[in-house]
Structure formats: structure tokens, C-alpha cells
Design a protein around this ligand. Structure first.
Ligand code: PLP
Length: 403
């Protein structure tokens, strides 16, 4: 089996499992309890929090452990809104993950004004548009993702946060860094020093599903979202998920140990996959090609065929990838990200995402390169959108003009 869908989720690293195991098997005590074995667990929890903070360049008390990035985003956005009800505008982007976009839209239904900033055809954010949308005294929060989960396009968070804070330092800046943590440099004491809130998740970084992180900068006005016990300094009630917190901390340590070598290898393999596909198959476009991109992500648009068909065919070769469209999640609507990038109609449905991890091998890339041209050719031979005589998309000129 070839797993090349790491932006969806990642394999739990064996070292992470080893680190977690004692806290599942024998060190199961509630860290808040007052006997000695529980104190040991409390100490391990403190160490994990400090380690996560050290990797991000922040203080341990600025790290809040959650259950996933979706919870972190909800806590950040609803928490910001609850702390400052006078400010009624939120700015985000059209290409956010639903874990941000739908939270903002829910606030929109509750009377907030939501500005969703567009992107260009390469996926770059309309920064001038964002600047125009900022309203001193009125904007509550700007939430802009660091790296896009579908295309891998990276937004210039340092530049954006500077711009926002120059207009009004009281506007909170949140970034969903679920796809970038451990892959791109993030320093909350350096380039990201003005970022107020940052979210991510364990299962994208070789820790298990069920644990996430929300960084809340000291002093940032964010009301608790989950009321209950005193855990997480009273900001999120609920007994801490100690084994998984140990797991996410270990995953970050591991990533840091081999970061440079891993990223160099992943970039080389991704580039090999990209050039191998693009140079051997006609009418393929790389979504996000003209923008800075994550080293591990390749999203391609194959004209005149369905992403679903490509995924089924890949599956027959035991290759697990993902469609760029929402088809896989039971909806036939095209991806909102690719729609925002104005990917042409005949290509948007034929988009496929390959996302690599440090476990991706050269042999796996070679195997994909071996089978992929045949898959595309077979599907095109059956497609009503493919002109078999001219060997090009049917009505080719029309969609070029539309773009
Ligand atoms: N944000 C981004 C950018 C993502 O890619 C994802 C998951 O794909 C999420 C948020 C949601 O993460 P989780 O499944 O941990 O809630």
C-alpha cells in the first residue's frame, strides 16, 4: 500500500507510540490528583507543555491542549468574539479550511460582518483587499491560514500580521497552522511575534487523532470556550488527555530532530513526482504553481476527467491519495479552494492531491509515476469532455478563454 495523503492524516510515529504507551498502560492517574503517582503524571504533562512551547518559541502557559485543530479554531474565534462584543467584523479568506470558514460563517449568522478575502489564480492572497477590509476599532479578528491543506499554498503570515497591527494593534490575529507546524519554520518569539492565536493538530504531525494545540498569547483577550474544571488554567475544562499530549510533544521533538534532512528529501520527492507527471501527461496543471508552496504537497488538475475516477483507479493499484474536490466527502460540489482560484471547469473536477511525509519513499514515487499516465489516458478515453481525435480537451479554446 502506498499512502500519499498525509495532509488528511499521518501515520503515528513508532517513537510517539513508545512515548505514549506508559501513560496508557500504567501511568493512567489523573494529573490533578494529590497522590505521588499522579504527581509524576502532572510532571510529565508540564514537561510536554514546555517542550511544545519551546518548539514554537512561546511560554508554556500560552499553550492550551485541545482535542483537534477544529476545536482550537472554534476556541480561538468564538473566544475572541465573546471577549470583545463591541467589535463586530471578522476578516478571513475564501480558502480557509471549513474549521475556520464555517465558524466565521456561523458568527455571520449571529450578526457579525464577515469579509472573506479572495485569492488569485495561483492561490496568492489579495493582500491589498485585506488591507482595505481592515476597520480600526471595528475589526475583531483576522484569521488567515498559514498553509493551505488542498494546494499547499503558503500565506505570508509575518507580513499580514504586521499590516494588521499597524492599522490597529487591538485587532487579534489568528492563524490556522495545521498544515505547516513541523514543516515550515514558526517562531512565536521571532517572525510570528505579533501573532495572537495559532492552532494545529496532532494527527497531521505523526501524533494520534484526538489532540490539538491552541497558542494564546499572554494577555490576548480570549474568553474560555469550554467551561468546566480548572484544567488548562481554567481555559478548557476536562481531564487532560495525558497520553496524547505526551504524544504530540514527542512528535514535535522528533520532527525537529530530523527537520532539515526530512524537508530536503520530501521536497526532492515531491518535485520528482511533479515534474514526472507534468512532463509525461498533457493538459495537467499544478494548482498553486505560481505561489510559495508547502514542500510536501502536489495538487494537480487533470483536464477532462473526474478526480473520483482517478482516486478509484489509484486505489486499484493500492495508492491512497485524495481528490482536490469535495467529492470524496459525499458532496459533488467542486472544492471551494480551487473555485476561489478560478480553476477552469474541465479541470476542477479532475484535481488530485498527493501529500508526502517523511515516510514516503523513492520507490513509492516511482510506482506512482509508472501507473499514473495510464490511469489518466484510460479515463480520458472514456470521457465525454475529451476530444479523442484531437487528443485534447473537448472545446479546448472555450475553457482557455473562460479562464
Ligand atoms: N485546518 C486545516 C488547515 C486542516 O487541514 C485541517 C484538517 O484537515 C483542520 C484544520 C482540521 O483538523 P482536525 O481534524 O484536527 O480538526
Amino acid at each position: 500500500m502506498i499512502y500519499i495523503d498525509n495532509n488528511a492524516t499521518t501515520a503515528v510515529a513508532p517513537e510517539v507510540v513508545d512515548a505514549m504507551r506508559p501513560y496508557l498502560e500504567s501511568e493512567y492517574y489523573n494529573p490533578s490528583s494529590l497522590y505521588e503517582p499522579a504527581e509524576k503524571v502532572q510532571k510529565a504533562l508540564r514537561a510536554a507543555r514546555s517542550s511544545v512551547a519551546a518548539h514554537l518559541g512561546c511560554r508554556a502557559d500560552e499553550i492550551l491542549f485541545t482535542s483537534c485543530a477544529t476545536e482550537s479554531n472554534n476556541a480561538a474565534i468564538f473566544g475572541a468574539a465573546a471577549s470583545n462584543p463591541k467589535r463586530r467584523q471578522i476578516i478571513t479568506t475564501r480558502v480557509e479550511h471549513p474549521a475556520v470558514l464555517e465558524v466565521c460563517r456561523e458568527l455571520g449568522r449571529r450578526g457579525y460582518t464577515i469579509a472573506e478575502i479572495p485569492v488569485d489564480t495561483a492561490g496568492n492572497l489579495d493582500i491589498a483587499g485585506l488591507a482595505r477590509a481592515l476597520t480600526p476599532g471595528g475589526t475583531l479578528l483576522v484569521s488567515v491560514m498559514h498553509a493551505n491543506n488542498e494546494t499547499g499554498v503558503v500565506f505570508p503570515v509575518e507580513r499580514l500580521v504586521r499590516l494588521v497591527k499597524q492599522v490597529d494593534p487591538a485587532i487579534l490575529f489568528h492563524t490556522d497552522a495545521t498544515q505547516s507546524v513541523t514543516k515550515l519554520p514558526i517562531d512565536l518569539a521571532g517572525e510570528f511575534r505579533e501573532v495572537d492565536l495559532l492552532s494545529f493538530s496532532g494527527h497531521k504531525i505523526h501524533a494520534p487523532k484526538g489532540v490539538g494545540v491552541l497558542f494564546i498569547r499572554r494577555g490576548a483577550p480570549v474568553r474560555p470556550f469550554l467551561f468546566g474544571g480548572h484544567q488548562e488554567s481554567g481555559r478548557r475544562g476536562g481531564t487532560e488527555n495525558v497520553p496524547y499530549i505526551i504524544g504530540i510533544a514527542r512528535a514535535m521533538e522528533l520532527a525537529a530532530e530530523t527537520h532539515e534532512a526530512d524537508i530536503a528529501r520530501i521536497t526532492r520527492l515531491r518535485d520528482k513526482l511533479e515534474s514526472g507527471i507534468v512532463s509525461n501527461i498533457p493538459y495537467i496543471e499544478v494548482n498553486g504553481k505560481g505561489a510559495p508552496r508547502m514542500p510536501n504537497t502536489l495538487n494537480i488538475a487533470c483536464h477532462s476527467i473526474e478526480g473520483e475516477g482517478i482516486l478509484y483507479s489509484l486505489n486499484e493499484y493500492k495508492i491512497c491519495a485524495s481528490s482536490g474536490s469535495a467529492c470524496t466527502s459525499g458532496s459533488l460540489d467542486p472544492s471551494h479552494v480551487l473555485t476561489a482560484m478560478r480553476v477552469p471547469f474541465t479541470a476542477i473536477h479532475g484535481s488530485v492531491r498527493f501529500s508526502l511525509s517523511r515516510y514516503t519513499t523513492e520507490e513509492e514515487i516511482d510506482r506512482i509515476l509508472e501507473v499514473f499516465p495510464g490511469i489518466v489516458a484510460n479515463l480520458r478515453a472514456m470521457s465525454p469532455y475529451w476530444d479523442k481525435e484531437k487528443n485534447e480537451p473537448a472545446g479546448f479554446r472555450n475553457w482557455t478563454e473562460k479562464k
